[in-house]
Design a protein around this ligand. Sequence first.
Ligand code: DQA
Length: 137
Amino acid sequence: MKLIIINGPNLNLLGKREPEVYGTNTFEDFFTELQFKFQEVQLEYYQSNIEGELIGKIQEVGFTYDGIILNAAAYTHTSVGIGDAVKAIDCPVVEVHISNTFQREEFRHTSYISPGAKGVILGFGLQSYELAIQSFL
Ligand code: DQA
């Protein structure tokens, strides 16, 4: 099974960024743990701070991979383009968030990703990604 985790803007700063919300682990360290835990999965990771690059990656993998685990970060709440890309591809997308966005500001309660997603997992910290992988197995 071939899965990719796609992370949006500012998630490259995990570990440093608002640790009270997002924790103290870097995503790279966490990703190494995930690869070890799910050795039966061909797991890839891509991060970009740029909306068009995220759309490009979704289009690139979306017709051949078995699934995408997508944390579009702030673009979740603003990007019609990423939402459309999720709907345009063949493979299922599981939307994840580290924080429980519904406990936060009102603008984080809207997602342009959810209408095209197979499911949504949020609020479990980095474990949200792990639960998303399990959902594909
Ligand atoms: C986030 C939640 C978003 O509202 C925020 O803009 C992020 C991260 C999360 O994983 O909790 O950057 O997607």
